[in-house]
Write a protein that binds this ligand. Structure first.
Ligand SMILES: *Cc1c(COP(=O)(O)O)cnc(C)c1O
Length: 815
């Protein structure tokens, strides 16, 4: 058992303070205190982390180009079940734990939902006793820090490694591997076997940095291994002896150093958008090759037979960024292990599984053949051979040339990573019911009809430990008081709350907890932004990446509508509302940045207009990320999930809000469909186009934004606001947004859904007037959120994908 007494902890802490900083606790800074605390915790868990596991079961490896972990201290203390001991121990030494929690940096090694999902999955795998590890990149600079200057987004580099290292990481130089780029590949005949010779390549060292992933009260510790790119020879010597164009001069050595270090230098700041740059391809192969080599080395050390790989190892690729796992595993099995193509292909397909995250064309990765050929010559040869054999099979089966062309991995000099992922894996899953149906019946229909057994749905989930137990302690404690603590290990037990749905006392207590969270958030906003918000107003929140399809624009246009109504009629019937936004835009995404400017300008105008008597406040928090989400979500009453139907594959923010008792206003998109199914019509507010309508418009046209604008005076009024000076200092940005709506016919159906959205918001307003009714709906949402724990999601992956057909799957199911 991992545990520690308060007395021991204090002794450790004090001596660690001396050994690390040669000073006493009294003079230490918060940063030093945090480092010491973290170091003590690492010591406590070290034996357990390094120690081998009892009962060797299958190892799961989760590859993701992003891991959006958030702070670790609080969740580690919670999972180790030592929070009280540590808090009390620190208190006796005159230290406040909360201060150290706030001192920790928030590693932003991801953009949004995809990276956060990977982090929640690691938490759940460890908590469910699954030996599942993450592979990712240790970006020197994570997602930029966002500041607003005159309402515009300004990006500041995220220097999260200010101390040179991260408090939770451990570097493992003895496990470093070399990844090879470029060069010349020859196939030679060696005793009747084809041998591959790779010369003149550029070697890059992949240095592993390990972060412990601690399971919930189960003494189970997995690893997130992040790779940093480095030169192969640290002493700057004849490092480039075998690399083309590198003669060994000092200048060449510097060039080489730059080439290697650039790879893990910075996270690409695009969310749901394909970058298409050479450096990104380097990052992807670097991650994949380092990870696969690591897996095979560990596997062989355990004296297991390579032919049995898929029985003992499962490799999961989070979207297509790690798709090169497929040809890289083939390369190792063929060139290094000497297997036949047929053997290698069978093993590869049986080992790898793939999650699709989006259907949007602009997010689909396609790499130019020439780029791949030059950067990764051997990998390209393997992809070509995979495709040659695949096309042969297809030609045997089908005569429809167009269809074969659509399914080809290589097409018009581009390599489709989605097609490669489907062909080279045994499982393809979408991330919510609707998304998977669209994959099967629309986007990937050719592949689905060809191999229907591969396709399955795994609705996303969230780590309820972070997103309820840890971020909303008061609510969490009250739930336990009402229904006992089983729900903490199995969120299905939250259903027991439903028996209290008519209980006045319980409903009032829930409202009181929400009000406390709202007050805390108001204090935070006052401190950070000097803005007063009213804790008795409705907190209406949209926090997520800024993207046209997520339709923050729909939200602001409605706010403008309310504003006009209030100006026309000061007695206009509405509960006071605080609209809260948080969102980063990709630095190159002009329209998204215009919308940020619009929200800030509208906020500035409305917040300073005394005529509307504080009925509306608009707050746009800077630098949205995990730590901010943890503060905002417990205080939220209305959760805005208003994407253009079919575009949001799942969403996970929607689940976090529901679990914290917010009421959702939503389109029937992504996992909103399943939230609706859980709570029923009366406990969610649904509006907008249905999936079949959007698909129909997309295929056959028939929508005119201009007609709507001309025929509806309310729509015209708010659209005109963009260009008539009503909102000051918005000339260029307002015009760009106006054009996206009118000139380019509103690709995301903002105006089409605006009237319906306004009615839905009116319904929210009406519901809120009846506090008891509102509180009841809130309770029903919490009670039915259990299915959205990522523990459920991970159990589904384990049962249907990773352990399918395994003997241990039977054992697992008994657990
Ligand atoms: C959950 C989460 C997301 C995903 O939010 P969506 O509303 O599903 O897009 C993005 N960023 C952060 C920091 C999150 O915690």
């Amino acid at each position: 058992m991992i545990t520690i007494s308060k007395k021991k902890f204090k002794q450790y802490f004090e001596s660690k303070m001396y050994s690390l900083y040669a000073q006493s606790i009294e003079g230490a800074t918060n940063e030093q205190l945090l480092n010491v605390l973290c170091s003590v915790i690492k010591d406590i868990i070290s034996k357990r982390w390094i120690g081998t596991r009892l009962g060797c079961e299958k190892e799961i490896y989760y590859f993701s180009i992003e891991f959006l972990m958030g702070r670790q201290l609080k969740s580690n203390l919670l999972n180790l079940d030592i929070e009280d001991t540590i808090r009390d121990g620190l208190k006796e030494m005159g230290i406040k734990l909360e201060n150290l929690i706030e001192e920790e940096c928030d590693p932003a090694l991801g953009n949004g939902g995809l990276g956060r999902l990977a982090a929640c999955f690691l938490d759940s795998m460890a908590s469910l006793n699954i030996s599942g590890h993450g592979y990712g990149l240790r970006y020197k600079y994570g997602l930029f820090e966002q500041k607003f200057v005159n309402g515009y987004q300004v990006e500041v580099p995220d220097n999260w490694l200010t101390q040179g290292s991260y408090i939770w990481e451990t570097v493992r130089p003895n496990k470093a591997t070399v990844v090879k780029f470029e060069g010349d590949v020859y196939l030679v005949n060696d005793n009747d076997r084809l041998k591959v010779i790779h010369k003149n390549y550029i070697p890059v060292m992949a240095m592993p940095y390990d972060i412990p992933i601690i399971g919930y009260k189960n003494d189970y510790i997995n690893t997130l291994r992040l790779f940093k790119s480095e030169i192969v020879n640290r002493d700057f010597g004849p490092i480039t002896a075998n690399a083309k164009n590198h003669s060994g001069s000092y200048e060449d050595a510097l060039k080489y150093k730059y080439y290697t270090e650039e790879i893990s230098q910075v996270l690409y700041p695009n969310d749901s958008n394909y970058a298409g740059r050479l450096l990104r391809l380097k990052q992807e192969y670097f991650l994949v090759s380092a990870g696969i080599q690591d897996i095979i080395r560990k596997y062989k050390k355990n004296k297991l037979k390579i032919i049995d790989l898929s029985k003992n190892v499962a490799i999961h690729i989070n979207d297509t960024h790690p798709t090169l796992c497929i040809p890289e595993l083939m390369r190792i099995l063929l060139d290094e292990e000497g297997l036949s193509w047929e053997e290698a292909w069978e093993i590869t397909k049986n080992t790898i599984s793939y999650t699709n995250h989006t259907i949007m064309a602009e997010a689909m990765e396609k790499w130019p053949v020439d780029m791949m050929k030059k950067l990764l010559p051997r990998i390209y040869m393997i992809i070509e051979e995979i495709n040659r054999r695949y096309l042969n099979d297809l030609t045997d089966k089908y005569s429809d040339y167009e269809r074969i062309k659509r399914m080809s991995i290589i097409n018009e000099n581009n390599i489709s990573m989605a097609n490669l992922s489907i062909v080279g894996s045994h499982s393809v899953n979408g991330v919510a019911y609707l998304h998977t149906e669209i994959l099967k019946n629309e986007v990937l229909n050719d592949f689905y009809l060809d191999e229907p057994q591969k396709f399955n749905n795994k609705t996303n989930g969230i780590a309820h430990r972070r997103w309820l137990i840890s971020c909303n302690e008061e609510l969490s404690d009250y739930i336990t008081e009402l229904i006992g603590e089983e729900w903490e290990k199995d969120t299905n037990h939250l259903k027991k709350l439903e028996i209290y749905k008519e209980n006045k006392e319980v409903l009032e207590k829930l409202a009181e907890i929400k009000l406390n969270n709202k007050k805390n958030f108001a204090d935070f906003i006052k401190k950070e932004y000097e803005i007063d918000i009213n804790p008795n107003s409705i907190y209406d929140v949209q926090i997520k990446r800024l993207h046209a399809y997520k339709r923050q624009l729909l939200n602001v246009l409605h706010i403008l509508h309310l504003y006009h109504e209030l100006l026309e009629n000061p007695n206009f019937n509405m509960e006071p509302r605080t609209f809260i936004f948080g969102a980063k835009a990709a630095p190159g995404y002009y329209l998204a940045k215009c919308i940020i400017k619009l929200i800030n300008s509208v906020a500035n105008k409305i917040n300073n207009d005394e005529r509307i008597k504080n009925k509306i406040k608009v707050v746009f928090v800077e630098n949205y990320g995990v730590s901010l989400a943890e503060k905002i979500i417990p205080a939220t009453e209305v959760s805005e999930q208003i994407s253009t139907t079919t575009k949001e594959a799942s969403g996970t923010g929607n689940m976090k809000f529901m679990m914290n008792g917010a009421i959702t206003i939503a389109t029937l998109d992504g996992a909103n469909v399943e939230i609706h199914e859980q709570v029923g019509d009366d406990n969610i507010v649904i509006f907008g186009l249905k999936a079949h309508q959007v698909l129909h418009y997309n295929k056959y046209g028939g929508y005119s934004a201009l007609d709507l604008y001309n025929s509806n005076r309310y729509i015209k009024r708010v659209v005109d606001d963009l260009i008539n000076g009503f909102i000051p200092n918005m000339d260029n940005e307002g015009r760009a947004i106006y054009d996206s709506l009118i000139t380019y016919n509103d690709e995301y159906f903002v105006l089409r859904d605006l009237e319906n959205y306004t009615e839905a918001q009116y319904k929210i307003n009406k519901l809120y007037k009846n506090k008891e009714q509102w509180n009841k709906i809130s309770l029903i949402n919490i009670a039915n959120s259990g299915i959205f724990s990522s523990d459920r999601t991970i159990s589904d992956y384990a049962r249907d994908i990773w352990f399918k057909g395994c003997e241990i799957n039977g054992e697992r199911n008994k657990l």
